[in-house]
Design a protein around this ligand. Structure first.
Ligand code: PLP
Length: 373
């Protein structure tokens, strides 16, 4: 194979000229941040694109989640039911709000939280659920909503992977009490660093506006203990540029996804984690496969190493489970998370991005299918 390195993702870019032209007016205005014109324009355009009534831009996806959780003013020590099969940000955002994550197992079909196991974890202290639309696969939002209503819980979706996905004809950001998106450079839509919160209750807009701006609600009034999580104008401008190409890039990713799928499906010992929700659209954000060492003959870690020797840097998204991370000092290790542990031990996410050549996708897929790694 040719001598170059292929990573799991690569940031998409507008042309240099386009970005430069977009940011030129900032030199005249001298307004670099603090909810400027680009910030406002991007909020308006994203509301339209994501098909949601309300949206608040943030400096990144993590702060979007942390501040959204804070906005509900849960009592310290209260419990949040969540998934361990995610990026560490989801769990950190809960713990940094002085809340306790209660980990729920996931479904082997698509990697999302197993909604049938949520109720058994609810206690007197439970105040909310933070599920993740992992890989852009949509959680069972209807079942989760029913549970939330029955027990009077808030639902905050980590939709960092679910940009552009809709369910039953509505933008995915309409479900639950709020959803957060990440616009990090490696995500399907990016603003270099950035994120957003979507919601339906207009009152949340002012609440989040305050929280992302030090809690300031007037020149002399600081009404709450806020943070600084404002998106600056250069990032908003990158978002405005990238938004123009998001559909084109979606189609490009779909094509690569289908190449992988056609070559790899039916391979003994290789299972593909797909979106199992039949009423949702899909954004082809990631291509996760599960490697069953007994049936495939080679284990996940070995496949990972051998791909690396071929210059292909797949990633073990998500391994280890967040609940097992050393920073939590074994607090959550005993949780019964059989399926999450099994999937986590088998998963490998293959390179997938709009600019990846079709030929390279074929090469990677055939390497795995033929075991000529
Ligand atoms: C990327 C990501 C985040 C954090 O978003 P940032 O913009 O990087 O802060 C949170 N949750 C999940 C599932 C993610 O993949």
């Amino acid at each position: 194979m040719e001598n170059r390195r292929v990573f799991v993702t690569q940031s998409v870019m507008p042309t240099f000229e386009e970005y430069i032209n977009t940011i030129k007016p900032i030199w005249n205005s001298h307004q670099l941040t603090n909810m400027g014109v680009y910030h406002q324009e991007l909020e308006t355009k994203l509301k339209e694109y994501l098909n949601v009534p309300e949206l608040s831009l943030m400096v990144n996806g993590h702060m979007a989640l942390e501040l959204t959780i804070q906005s509900f003013e849960f009592q310290e020590g209260a419990e949040i039911i969540t998934t361990p099969y995610t990026f560490i940000s989801t769990t950190h955002a809960i713990i940094r709000n002085h809340l306790k994550p209660i980990f729920c197992d996931i479904k082997a079909t698509d990697g999302t939280i197993d909604e049938t196991k949520i109720e058994a974890l609810i206690s007197e202290k439970t105040v909310g659920i933070v599920p993740v639309h992992v890989y852009g696969h949509i959680c069972d939002v209807d079942a989760i909503q029913k549970i939330a209503e029955k027990y009077d819980l808030k639902v905050i979706y980590d939709a960092a992977h679910a940009f552009g996905v809709s369910y039953k004809g509505k933008g995915i950001g309409n479900y639950g009490d709020a959803s957060i998106f990440s616009f990090h450079a490696t995500k399907v839509f990016h603003t270099i660093e950035g994120g957003a919160v979507t919601f339906c209750d207009h009152k949340m807009y002012n609440k989040l506006y305050g929280l992302k701006n030090f809690g300031i609600h007037g020149e002399e009034i600081v009404a709450e203990i806020g943070a600084n999580a404002k998106m600056n104008e250069f990032c908003a401008a990158m978002g405005l540029c990238n938004l123009k190409y998001v559909d084109k890039r979606h189609n490009a990713r779909r094509k690569k996804y289908e190449i992988y799928m056609n070559i790899l499906k039916g391979t003994a010992g290789i299972e593909i984690l797909t979106n199992s929700n039949t009423e949702s659209t899909f954004n082809y954000a990631y291509f996760p496969i599960l490697i069953n060492a007994n049936k495939y003959g080679i284990g996940r870690d070995e496949v990972y190493e051998r791909l690396k020797k071929n210059g292909i840097y797949a990633r073990k998204y998500f391994y280890p489970l967040t609940s097992d991370q050393i920073c939590f000092k074994n607090t959550f290790r005993s949780a019964k998370l059989d399926i999450a542990r099994k999937i986590s031990a088998q998963v490998l996410t293959l390179p997938l991005y709009a600019d990846l050549e079709d030929k390279m996708v074929e090469n990677i897929a055939y390497l795995i299918k033929s075991k000529t790694l």
